[in-house]
Design a protein around this ligand. Structure first.
Ligand code: NAP
Ligand code: ZN
Ligand code: ZN
Length: 347
């Protein structure tokens, strides 16, 4: 067993503090990763504050992990010492259900093992990436292309794949009008990826404060949702809406922006229910859907796509001691556009 430095939450209300976590011995199919950077996802905040349910405190969160392989088990074939690698939101799944067999481990019918706050095969609670090292089964470790800087690679492991997967599934591309609601960590990646796929992208943000950024990320249009005329101007416009907002929104207003057969996909995960008025669906045979991260093969596809299309998250690198302040800024929508912890500051 390896004891490593980390940051942990000890309750829903206390600030995160420096701590240690135990990592299992490297098994035959495991990879030991020396973590370099860990992104801060809004899901980390929902989790540690107990907004999604009971939390096994003390808990180290973080599921946007990049680093270098420093040891591999005897049967490891996919990764070697020195490789640049990443780990996202899952570290295992049953591998036998039809979804796992189809490469959709995020929808494992037995439940995948989350990178943190999940019960692992050995009965221990998984601990996430705000730490110096992690041991992960080789099948859940991704290759990070050389073209992507380490710190910029981290947010791709959750924000990148969570937006790439629905954009790919609902065929964002040339001739498709895509709207992105909320331009934070996930939202800014949705804009960049949808634009790289060739779609016509519109940002729907609370204000026009980030308009120049949105246009620079590849959006053609940018509207403030605080302005009610936006919903009149854009009614029946979009083929696809990706909702990344971490709080409930007025579904009737947003569904009205879909054209015939359009789909609104929520990846935002507010703790409260999101009531869907069915009459807003009837109008133009609209659909409402949800989407969870992406499978391992699709995550690799996304990393390779981002390398090829020069798509990278905008990151603000912070020291480990600045995490609590970063959480407060995320909650105020004051993030440009993903905080990433320099894990060297934990060594
Ligand atoms: P984030 O960086 O905080 O971005 C959320 C954005 O939503 C904000 O930047 C803001 O954008 C907008 N927003 C926030 N509060 C709002 C409100 N009350 N009304 C309207 N708009 C508001 O968070 P994130 O890391 O991108 O995560 C977003 C959500 O996705 C979270 O709920 C997270 O848990 C969830 N998530 C889900 C998955 C999945 O697999 N489905 C994966 C990762 C994350 P503007 O300033 O532009 O308005
Ligand atoms: Zn996440
Ligand atoms: Zn499964």
């Amino acid at each position: 067993m390896l004891t490593v430095n980390a940051i942990a939450a000890t309750s829903a209300t206390d600030p995160l503090v420096r701590a240690t976590v135990e990592r299992r011995d490297v098994g035959p199919r495991d990879v030991l990763i020396e973590i370099r950077y860990a992104g801060i996802c809004h899901s980390d905040i929902h989790t540690v504050r107990g907004e999604w349910g009971k939390v096994p405190y003390p808990l180290t969160v973080g599921h946007e992990i990049v680093g270098v392989v420093t040891e591999v088990g005897a049967e490891v074939t996919r990764h070697a010492v020195g490789d640049r690698v990443g780990v996202g939101c899952m570290v295992n799944s049953c591998r036998e259900c039809e979804n796992c067999k189809a490469g959709l481990e995020q929808y494992c019918t037995g439940g995948n093992v989350g990178t943190y706050a999940s019960v692992d095969r050995d009965g221990t609670v998984t601990q996430g990436g705000y730490s110096t090292h992690v041991v992960v089964d080789q099948d859940f470790v991704l290759r990070v292309p050389e073209a992507i800087r380490y710190e910029a690679a981290a947010p791709l492991l959750c924000a990148g794949i969570t937006t790439y997967s629905p954009l790919a599934h609902w065929n964002a591309g040339p001739g498709k009008k895509v709207a992105v609601v909320g331009m934070g960590g996930l939202g800014h990646m949705a804009v960049k990826i949808a634009a790289a796929m060739g779609a016509e992208v519109t940002v729907l943000s609370q204000t026009l404060g980030k308009k120049d950024d949105g246009l620079a990320f590849g959006a053609q249009h940018y509207y403030a949702t605080s302005d009610e005329s936006t919903f009149e101007t854009l009614k029946n416009s979009f083929d696809l809406i990706i909702n990344t907002v971490s709080a409930p929104i007025d579904m009737r207003a947003y569904l009205g922006l879909l054209r015939l057969d359009g789909t609104m996909v929520s990846v935002g995960a507010p703790p409260e229910p999101l009531p869907v008025p069915v009459f807003a669906l009837f109008g133009q045979r609209r659909s409402f859907a949800g989407s969870s991260i992406g499978g391992i093969a699709e995550t690799q596809e996304m990393l390779d796509f981002c390398a090829e299309h020069n798509v990278a998250p905008e990151v603000e690198v912070i020291s480990a001691d600045a995490v609590n302040e970063a959480y407060e800024r995320v909650l105020k929508s004051d993030v440009r556009y993903r905080f990433v912890i320099d894990v060297d500051t934990l060594r």
